[in-house]
Design a protein around this ligand. Sequence first.
Ligand code: FAQ
Length: 344
Amino acid sequence: MYGNDFGVPARDGRDTPGPTGGTGTTPAPPDEPPGFQELIDTDARIEPRDAMPEAYRNTLVRQIAQHAHSEIIGMQPEGNWISRAPSLRRKAILMAKVQDEAGHGLYLYAAAETLGVDRADLLDALHAGRQKYSSIFNYPTLTWADVGAIGWLVDGAAIANQVPLCRCSYGPYARAMIRVCKEESFHQRQGFEALHTLSHGTEAQKAMAQDAVNRWWWPSLMMFGPSDADSTHSEQSMRWGIKRFSNDELRQRFVDMTVPQADALGLTLPDPDLCWNDERGHYDFGEIDFAELFEVIRGNGPCNKQRLDHRVRAHEEGAWVREAAVAYARKKQERAGSTTGAVA
Ligand code: FAQ
């Protein structure tokens, strides 16, 4: 029985079955339980206790783990500026934001664990380079304005990508994303506000804001992944309702949302081809250097080594905290056990 406890819905003719019984052209895996695709097609949620094809489980583990790793590695570029924030107010806001990212990582590791994997193994896979994290966090934060640009552009791109994930077919991931998106939305606005202050400040402050936007714009567009033609997982992930829109659709949505915001900031986006296309009802934009994206994904971005080395060092140095937490939990459990025993 599926997690929503509905029976398998009858086909209502809305979806045209593909050659394998599901919609689209991707063949259904041989271990797909009967009724599984139909549930997804009617927007029902799959829950941890439900039968699911191994490939569906593996796709979710890959994506959720990569997402969780991105949240915790993503603490580093901005964390770099906590000690140098220009005021107490900015410092307090930045500390809260970076802590939120750690929290997002925790929700996501917890969601991944509902699929039968262990958080410690996922971290080992990250540290050994067997699992990825988002390309965006391999760029350096050179000035204070980078903190504003990350909030505005990186969190803005994350929201465009993640709001549809609130409707992901896998219940625990979808539910985690609802809270994550609320917090990302606040992050995006604080980044916009920080940049607005700079872009309406002195000439030097405005130039610093413009420089940060010049450096973060193209990597932010790359966050959405390769173009649809080169995306290996999109078709299957969309068929399974894990992804609701393609990489290019979400990238376009982000561009359309961001161009008017750049105008409001009084900053220019570094793309001479950016212009409104009346016919398409969208902004046209220039070619993305996907060769750069693939190089960064392969581990050759400006900060890949630094980010991973720092992460491994923090993990090793924090081993005593994890051991102490486990010992404390065990002690508490034993004490609770002996108290219950005494009462009984
Ligand atoms: N970076 O077939 P597709 C945040 C890989 S959180 C690295 O299109 P898919 C919050 C992909 O894994 C940001 N690798 O893949 C924050 C696959 O490799 P594989 C993270 C990438 O999964 C803000 C291959 O390329 N967000 O920002 C990237 O269908 C500020 C082929 O690609 C999420 O993870 C990339 N950019 O679509 C935190 C959202 N793009 O496994 C701190 C959830 C692609 O075959 C501060 N994830 N690859 O070897 C997703 O929506 C999807 O996984 C995509 C990729 C859209 C990222």
